[in-house]
Design a binder for this molecule. Structure first.
Ligand SMILES: Nc1ncnc2c1ncn2[C@@H]1O[C@H](COP(=O)(O)OP(=O)(O)OP(=O)(O)O)[C@@H](O)[C@H]1O
Ligand SMILES: O=c1ccn([C@@H]2O[C@H](COP(=O)(O)O)[C@@H](O)[C@H]2O)c(=O)[nH]1
Length: 435
């Protein structure tokens, strides 16, 4: 479940990185090949095999049954690409997002500079490309990103300064496939003149070989000609969060927080849905991983009292499991339950506190019961946990008079919620009226 995700990502990325590392990297003179997706095709074949191997390995390590109701989205890391011309303030804003929202910041440029310094076999090549303001072969960059993502053990990333061109974009897709959710692009818009001033100023102390007037002009040209088409691609998909990066840093950060709010809200809804799935499948381990240890709760079962801690809730999981085992032993139909989240709204109190309210419709053969639920979530290092739950019964409908024959067994394993259904949930959850 959620707590296991980083391990699965680690396994997948380890295999991917190994596959990418084995791809020969052309030397700096073979520029004619760049931009024609040759590298991407090479990455693709190796990565496909690596992916299959990593996914099998991850599945083999999974405790039996824990994956039954984990929606796909809950297992995948979220990625926001951060783009903008050189000197637009990407790194500055990412640093603030790390501090205030628990994102992991991976600057492709920083990773390349570190790789160069590490004495890697690609060191000279990287140094030459950076000095020329050109884009380093995608095999190197993607493998560094995949490795860093895996090593972080986390699931919420800002990938800064990447993808820099179409070839980068194809290389990323070939290696990452559907294993991550790219939420979109944070795009910092700042005119050339301002950025040039900033970079020349930064160049006085940065020690960067490319913070000089000559290389800066080359970088500006590469940005316009190669990176802007990637931004346009995401623009057409409605996935560019455009931010005016010209005002002072604090003001830009306010706009940045507004831009990331939909992504943050989506995560909170996903955490709530994962809790419902865990409850339906009586998966205590998964449920507990989504709770603060001192979670408070008011629900019909507490008769108006506020309970604190997890023991109260664990009782129902333990008893539910016992009832299921007893039913199985007696050859009776297994009890089954499935929850759907209806009309969710999310209110972000801070970037790390979200109030998720919805109607929970619980289906079982005994009938359908609706509950009004509110869950308050807190994020630590980008991981959401429930700090408070309020549930009230909101309506009930008795069982349909005729249940389809044999349906009880089929229902025992609740079907994972579909991507389409989730998209609808998110659409509803992210309506501005929720604020
Ligand atoms: N809003 C701002 N107003 C004024 N200066 C800024 C602002 N944002 C960043 N800076 C300064 O501009 C310089 C470039 O910022 P930063 O390194 O964040 O840009 P970047 O987009 O990451 O650049 P690059 O792509 O070249 O790495 C830094 O010296 C930074 O302190
Ligand atoms: O994906 C990438 C990112 C960076 N590069 C090279 O590094 C420099 C500096 O990048 P910054 O984002 O400004 O730190 C860039 O001009 C490229 O030469 C890259 O090739 N691919």
């Amino acid at each position: 479940m959620l707590s296991r995700a980083p391990r699965a990502i680690r396994l997948a990325a380890r295999a991917r990185t190994a596959a990418v590392a084995s791809i020969p990297v052309p030397d700096a003179s073979s520029d004619a090949r760049r931009g024609r997706f040759v590298a991407a095709a090479a990455v693709s074949t190796a990565a496909a095999a690596a992916f299959a191997a990593a996914n099998v390995a991850a599945a083999e390590e999974a405790p039996a049954g824990t994956d039954v109701t984990t929606p796909e989205f809950a297992k995948r890391p979220n990625v926001l690409f951060v783009l903008g011309g050189p000197g637009a303030g990407k790194g500055t804003q990412c640093e603030r997002l790390v501090k205030e929202c628990g994102f992991v910041h991976l600057s492709a440029g920083d990773l390349l500079r570190a790789e160069r310094k590490s004495g890697s076999a690609h060191g000279d090549l990287i140094a030459k490309y950076i000095l020329d303001g050109r884009i380093v072969p995608v095999e190197i960059t993607v493998s560094l990103l995949a490795k860093a993502m895996a090593e972080s053990g986390r699931t919420r990333f800002l990938i800064d300064g990447f993808p820099r061109n179409e070839n980068n974009f194809e290389g990323w897709k070939a290696v990452m496939g559907d294993s991550v959710d790219v939420e979109g692009v944070l795009f910092y818009d700042v005119d050339d003149e301002t950025r040039l001033d900033r970079l020349l100023e930064r160049g006085k102390t940065s020690g960067r070989t490319d913070d000089n007037a000559d290389t800066i002009q080359k970088r500006f040209r590469v940005f316009k000609e190669e990176t802007m088409p990637v931004v346009s691609h995401y623009d057409k998909l409605g996935r560019v969060f455009r931010i005016d990066g010209a005002p002072e840093v604090d003001q830009v950060f306010k706009a940045t927080l507004r831009a990331v709010a939909p992504v943050v809200k989506k995560e909170a809804v996903a955490a709530a849905q994962a809790m419902l799935d865990a409850a339906d499948s009586l998966d205590w381990e998964a449920y507990a991983a989504l709770c603060e240890p001192d979670m408070t709760a008011v629900e019909d079962e507490t008769h108006g009292a506020t309970v604190c801690g997890l023991e109260f809730h664990k009782f129902y999981f333990d008893e539910g499991k016992r009832a299921a085992e007893a039913a199985k032993a007696a050859g009776k139909p297994l009890p089954a339950r499935r929850s759907a989240m209806l009309s969710p709204t999310v209110s972000l109190q801070t970037p790390n506190v979200a109030v998720v309210s919805y109607t929970r419709a619980v289906q079982s053969l005994a009938g359908t019961a609706n509950f009004a639920e509110t869950r308050v979530f807190m994020a630590h290092d980008g991981v959401w946990r429930c700090a408070h739950l309020h549930r009230s019964r909101a309506g009930e409908m008795p069982a349909a008079s005729v249940a389809p024959a044999g349906s009880s067994d089929a229902l025992h394993t609740p079907a994972p919620i579909s991507k389409d259904a989730l998209d609808k949930i998110y659409e509803a959850a992210l309506r501005p009226a929720a604020e």
